[in-house]
Design a protein around this ligand. Structure first.
Ligand SMILES: [Zn+2]
Length: 81
């Protein structure tokens, strides 16, 4: 019987809750991962519209459009932060 195991488990749960809270950031700027000069967009929709116009080959290489859009949003957030 050890309490340390349970304590570690609780810490893990708390850490997970913290990251879950931190992830949704509304109205955050996104950067286009494909433009050489990172262009900023106010929403993932704007970034997506831009990418479908300017970077269609890049999006195609990502395969499934739904996954491509999620990837684009995550990359855009990562680059702009
Ligand atoms: Zn671009």
């Amino acid at each position: 019987m050890s309490d340390s195991h349970a304590a570690r488990y609780v810490r893990q749960l708390r850490a997970q809750a913290k990251t879950a809270e931190a992830s949704p950031k509304p109205a955050e700027a996104l950067s286009c991962p494909y433009c050489s000069e990172a262009r900023m967009f106010e929403s993932d929709r704007q970034l997506w519209d831009h990418a479908t116009l300017e970077h269609a080959p890049n999006l195609k290489s990502l395969g499934d459009p739904n996954r491509a859009r999620i990837f684009l949003r995550e990359e855009g957030l990562r680059i702009s932060s």
